[in-house]
Design a protein around this ligand. Structure first.
Ligand code: GDP
Ligand code: GDP
Length: 454
C-alpha cells in the first residue's frame, strides 16, 4: 500500500499522496466460473482460498487495494455471487453494468476452453456502450497447446486476447501490463477533479431505509430533474435542493429500483455500495436503530472509510426505538462503531421525517473536515509539542526521531511524517488521536504515512 511505498521512499507514492489522486479502479467482469476470483486473488496476492469448486460460495467484499509495476489501484471482483442458471444472462449483464459503471478500466474474463458464449456477447455489448478501456483475458490457458483457443477470442472484437492461466499464473504479467496501460493515472470519478454540487451517497444494507430517506429528502424539497444545466452528469444521479443548496445524490437509480434478490443479495448490495461510494464525496451510512448492528453494517462503514470518503452515520427508524433499548444501543455504538467514533451521528426517522433537518448540517461538517488543510507550520509545532511530551518508545536502545511532517493532501486529509526510523502502529494511532483532538476532522477519515529518512 501507499504506506509501504512511502516507507520505501518511492517518489511516485509521495507524488500520488501529494496530488491526492483517488486510486483508479479496475473491474474484473465475466460469466460465472470463468475464473474471475482466481484472477483477482492472483492480482492482489491473496492467499486464503476464497475460490471453491462449488456453486453457492459467496463473499461480500468487492474491492481490494492492489499494486502492480509500482502502480496502486483498486480491483473490483464481481466473482462473489451465486450462480443461478435461470436468468443468468440478465444477472451477468446487470452485475457487469454496475461494475463497468464504477470502473476506470475493465478486465473482461472469458473461459478460452469454452470460447465465447451468448452471455459473453451480451457483456461485450455493454462494454462497447460504456466506451471504457477493456483488457480481454483469455483464461484457463494452462499450457501452450491451449493458446489456439485464446486466439479465437479475437472474434469478440475487443482487441488482443491475453492468454492467461489465473490458476497457475501463466501470462498474468503481460495481462497486468496491458491493464496498467488501460488504467488512467487518476480515477475518472476523481473526487478532487469534479466541481459543482457536492455528491452524496446513501448507503447501508438492504431495508435500513435508503429509499425511504431518498423519497423524504426528494419529496420535501425540489428535485431538479433537468440535467441540461450540465450539473448532473449521470442519469442515475438526482439533483436535490436542500436548504437552498443543490446536492447531487449519486446512484439513486439503484435505490429506487429496489431490486431484491434472494441469492447473492449481500454481494450485490456491496457492489452497489461501492459504485455509489466511488462517485460520492460523502456517504450517509444508514443503520437501523431498532435492531442490533450486523456484520453487513460494519462492512459498509469499512467500505466508506477505506475509500477515503467523508462519513455521516444516520441511525434510522428512531420512531421504533423504545427507551429500554436506548442504553443497549449506546453501548453497542461504543463497542461496534469504534472505527468511526469521529463521525457525526444523526438519529432520524425517514418515515416520519423526524430530525431530517439535522442531515444537511452533518453533511456540511463532514465535508468541511474532509477539505481541511493544516498548514505545515501549525502541523509541525503541534508535532513538536506532542513529541516533546510523549516521545516514541525506545526499542532496542533506539528511538526514531520525527524530523518533519506535512499534509500531502485533502479529501481526505493525508499526512506524511518524515522520521529517522519506523514509527510503531500504536504511536501512529496516538498521533492520529491527538491530531483529531487538536484539529477536529469530524466526519473525515485521515491517514498518516511515514517516510524514513537516513
Ligand atoms: P468466477 O466465478 O469467475 O469467479 O470463477 P472462479 O475464480 O471461482 O473459478 C471457477 C473455477 O475455475 C474454479 O474451479 C477455478 O479453480 C477454475 N479456474 C480458474 N482459473 C483457472 C485456470 O486458469 N485454469 C484452470 N484450469 N482452471 C481455472
Ligand atoms: P432500503 O432497502 O434501504 O431502501 O429500505 P426501504 O427504504 O425500502 O425501507 C425498508 C422498510 O423499512 C420499509 O418497509 C420502510 O417503510 C421501513 N422504514 C424505512 N424507514 C423507516 C423509519 O424511519 N421508521 C420505520 N418505522 N420504518 C421505516
Amino acid at each position: 500500500d501507499d504506506d509501504h511505498a512511502l516507507l520505501a521512499g518511492d517518489p511516485d507514492a509521495l507524488a500520488r499522496a501529494a496530488s491526492m489522486a483517488p486510486l483508479p479502479v479496475l473491474a474484473v467482469v465475466g460469466r460465472p466460473n470463468v475464473g474471475k476470483s482466481t484472477l483477482v486473488n492472483r492480482i492482489i496476492g491473496r492467499r486464503e482460498a476464497v475460490v471453491e469448486d462449488k456453486p453457492g460460495v459467496t463473499r461480500d467484499r468487492v474491492s481490494y487495494p492492489a499494486e502492480w509495476g509500482g502502480r496502486n489501484f483498486m480491483v473490483v471482483d464481481t466473482g462473489g455471487w451465486e450462480v443461478d442458471a435461470r436468468g443468468l444472462d440478465a444477472r451477468v449483464a446487470e452485475q457487469s453494468e454496475i461494475a463497468i459503471g464504477l470502473a476506470d478500466a475493465i478486465m473482461f474474463v472469458v473461459d478460452a476452453t469454452v470460447g465465447p458464449t451468448a452471455t459473453d456477447e451480451k457483456v461485450v455489448k455493454l462494454l462497447r456502450k460504456s466506451g471504457k478501456p477493456v483488457v480481454l483475458c483469455a483464461n484457463k490457458v494452462d499450457g501452450p497447446r491451449a493458446e489456439a483457443d485464446a486466439s479465437e477470442l479475437w472474434s469478440l472484437g475487443l482487441g488482443e486476447p491475453y492468454p492467461v492461466s489465473a490458476l497457475h499464473g501463466r501470462g498474468t504479467g503481460d495481462l497486468l501490463e496491458a491493464a496498467m496501460k488501460a488504467l488512467p493515472t487518476t480515477s475518472e470519478h476523481g473526487v478532487a477533479i469534479q466541481q459543482g454540487p457536492r455528491r452524496v451517497a446513501l448507503v447501508g444494507r438492504p431495508n435500513v431505509g435508503k429509499s425511504s430517506l431518498l423519497n423524504k429528502v426528494a419529496g420535501s424539497e425540489r428535485v431538479v430533474v433537468d440535467s441540461t444545466a450540465g450539473t448532473t452528469r449521470d442519469p442515475v444521479d438526482e439533483l436535490i435542493v436542500l436548504k437552498g443548496k443543490p446536492w447531487t445524490f449519486v446512484d439513486t437509480a439503484g435505490i429506487r429500483r429496489r431490486v431484491h434478490q434472494t441469492q447473492g443479495a449481500d454481494f450485490y448490495a456491496s457492489l452497489r455500495t461501492q459504485a455509489a461510494i466511488e462517485k460520492a464525496e460523502v456517504a450517509v451510512v444508514l443503520l437501523d436503530a431498532s435492531v442490533s448492528l450486523t456484520e453487513q453494517d460494519t462492512r459498509v462503514i469499512s467500505q466508506v472509510i477505506e475509500s477515503g470518503r467523508a462519513v455521516v452515520i444516520a441511525y434510522n427508524k428512531w420512531d421504533l426505538m423504545d427507551e429500554d433499548r436506548r442504553p443497549y444501543l449506546e453501548r453497542e455504538i461504543e463497542k461496534e462503531l469504534v472505527q468511526v467514533q469521529w463521525a457525526p451521528r444523526v438519529n432520524i426517522s425517514a418515515m416520519t421525517g423526524w430530525h431530517m433537518d439535522r442531515l444537511v448540517p452533518a453533511l456540511e461538517r463532514s465535508l468541511e473536515s474532509w477539505d481541511t488543510r493544516i498548514s505545515t507550520g501549525k502541523l509541525n509545532s503541534f508535532l513538536g509539542e506532542l513529541v516533546a511530551a510523549h516521545p516514541h518508545p525506545l526499542r532496542g536502545g533506539k528511538q526514531p526521531r520525527i524530523l518533519f511532517a506535512t499534509q500531502a493532501s485533502t479529501r481526505p486529509p493525508r499526512f506524511v511524517i518524515f522520521s529517522t526510523g519506523f514509527l510503531e502502529a500504536g504511536y501512529r494511532r496516538f498521533i492520529e488521536r491527538r491530531l483529531r483532538e487538536t484539529f477536529g476532522f469530524e466526519g473525515s477519515p485521515i491517514s498518516i504515512s511515514v517516510r524514513v529518512r537516513e
